[in-house]
Design a protein around this ligand. Structure first.
Ligand SMILES: [Mn+2]
Length: 244
């Protein structure tokens, strides 16, 4: 297939059998929009919930098959973990033909060093969430979770989601957005002038001035009422979003 010279970024699709419209649009996106792209990066929260690679929703199987076909056709797919699907591991990644990448990962995007993140680590004002994140992502916790029976992992995931919904309802909106100081810190530490992330569900292009230099931060949309992506080529990036 002829390469289009474009790279696509998505996040926060929150795919589940309960929202078939988003799944349908994602599969069309893979077939129509992505065909021939240089790469697809999925920056976390591809799935609404992930309790282990034995996750048995139909959407998990269908997505693996579709992504595998895409990589077989010559478009590599990269995935970094979101807060919903951080249990996604090598077995599923292999079935889907995806390459797991770290959060953050720095890539060369048509000559521009670009940092990729899910975005939850940037929300440093939400100290309760950061504490939960540290505990749940600890290697010992992950090792323990892996050995629990599926029904128990499902129950724990449900409880975590319910807890997060309750917390979100009471936290001021500003706390759940990224912290500008943390954004500047990571841009400086990673020596990049471009950052692409999701998680906050507030699609936008922001400009940050770090040490007198202009940096851009692209925030990916979720796939609830709308769907969308950031698409980049040698001339730059653009945010695309449309009603589902
Ligand atoms: Mn998220």
């Amino acid at each position: 297939m002829t390469k289009t010279g474009r790279t696509f970024f998505v996040a926060d699709l929150h795919l589940t059998d309960e929202r078939p419209a988003a799944t349908g649009r994602f599969f069309r996106f893979l077939d129509e929009d992505i065909a021939g792209a240089d790469a697809l990066y999925i920056l976390g929260d591809l799935f609404e919930a992930w309790t282990g690679d034995d996750h048995d929703e139909a959407v998990a199987h269908d997505t693996a098959r579709r992504l595998k076909a895409l990589t077989a056709a010559g478009t590599p797919v990269y995935f970094l973990h979101g807060n919903r699907d951080f249990m996604l591991a090598r077995r599923y990644a292999a079935a889907a033909g995806m390459t797991l990448i770290d959060d953050p990962t720095r890539i060369d995007l048509y000559g521009v060093p670009t940092l990729l993140m899910h975005g939850d680590t940037l929300c440093t004002d939400d100290t309760a969430y950061q504490r939960f994140r540290r505990r749940s992502r600890h290697p010992l916790t992950l090792a323990l979770l892996k050995h629990l029976p599926k029904w128990l992992r499902r129950r724990l995931a449900r409880q975590a989601r319910a807890g997060s919904e309750t917390a979100k309802a009471t936290k001021p909106a500003a706390i759940m957005d990224v912290n500008a100081g943390e954004v500047a810190r990571i841009l400086r530490a990673q020596q990049v002038r471009r950052l692409i992330h999701g998680h906050t569900h507030r699609p936008a292009r922001h400009v940050h001035t770090v040490d007198g230099r202009e940096c851009e931060r692209w925030v990916l949309p979720d796939w609830y009422d709308h769907w969308g992506c950031v698409v980049c080529d040698a001339s730059g990036c653009a945010l695309k979003t449309e009603a589902l």
